[in-house]
Design a protein around this ligand. Structure first.
Ligand code: DAK
Length: 260
């Protein structure tokens, strides 16, 4: 499928989604949201993809936010529809049956920070900057930032970042548990691809179950979450990959998983 505002490349088991509007620092307009949703839906349906990387084109930005030029004259109804379109993209990313990795190569502000937050793992380059500056525009985050940031940083930091609209650099983002690792600019994508390759080499059904149980368990009490884990653990013993994985261990050889 041809896209105008994004690029989607699939190499082996790893798909890479690049937001590609560098002249607007990859800001998300309606077209970009529409295309992001289409691309995420496409990789969801594509067999063989086991990890999705999300990044931004150019040297400066991951995604500098929702497109302010487009939003500036929105009515309340139009803004609500735009917010819902953004939420749909983030929910589709979270619903992918395999892990997603944000490779944050520059500004990740507003909708861009929210896009990263909707990914499972976030790695950043030394040049990355994070923030939810919406209050500086007299609005609030509209693509899930008020909800997802606190789940990474804890409530106090999330409140601080949302109320002040201040930007933080990558090392502070790591200190706040928003980012896992900070890499030199030229090492970021390589590192993310290495992590993606590792994940892709593991039992795919197990990775999917792990993602599901972690996500669903987050909203449950501990006992209910543990029960979810037991059910998933049990169900994996009905798969050929479990037999292969354990047999390979006992035979001291590499496992060949088939996703069955
Ligand atoms: N939207 C549109 N264009 C943007 C943009 C953005 N978010 N960010 C940058 N650009 C454009 C600039 O206008 C400029 O375009 P030209 O003038 O060259 O045509 C070009 O990208 C380069 O930007 P700068 O010249 O400003 O570059 P600098 O290096 O000087 O500054 C910057 C980089 C990232 C610090 C600066 O561009 C900046 O502050 N950008 C805005 C960042 C921001 O505020 N992001 C949050 C956007 S608000 C909601 C729904 C959605 C949302 C909220 C509520 N509801 C329905 C409730 C979402 C909100 C957001 O994401």
């Amino acid at each position: 499928m041809g896209f105008e505002t994004i690029r989607l490349e699939v190499e082996g088991a790893v798909a890479t989604l690049t937001v590609d509007r560098p002249k607007a620092l990859n800001a998300l307009n309606s077209k970009a949201l529409e295309e992001l949703l289409a691309a995420v839906t496409q990789v969801h349906q594509q067999s063989g993809v086991r990890v999705l990387l999300v990044t931004g084109a150019g040297e400066k930005a991951f995604v500098a936010g929702a497109d302010i030029a487009q939003m500036a004259n929105y009515s309340a109804e139009e803004a609500l529809a735009f917010s819902r379109a953004g939420h749909k993209v983030m929910a589709a990313l979270e619903a992918l049956p395999f892990p997603t990795i944000a490779a944050v190569n520059g500004f990740a502000l507003g909708g861009g920070c929210e896009l990263a937050l909707a990914c499972d793992l976030i790695y950043a380059s030394e040049k990355a900057k994070f923030g939810l500056p919406e209050v500086t525009l007299a609005v609030i985050p509209g693509f899930g930032g008020t909800q997802r940031l606190a789940r990474r940083t804890g409530l106090s930091r999330a409140k601080e970042l949302v109320y002040t609209g201040e930007m933080i650099d990558a090392s502070k983002a790591k200190e706040y548990h928003l980012v896992l690792e900070v890499l030199p600019v030229d090492k970021l994508l390589g590192h993310c691809r290495e992590v993606a390759g590792k994940i892709a080499s593991r039992g795919p059904l197990a990775v999917t179950k792990a993602k599901t149980v972690i996500a669903q368990g987050w909203d449950l009490d501990l006992a209910a979450g543990n029960e979810l884990e037991s059910q998933a653990f049990g169900s994996l013993f009905a798969t050929a990959d479990q037999k292969e994985g354990m047999q390979a261990f006992l035979e001291k050889r590499a496992a060949a998983f088939k996703g069955l």
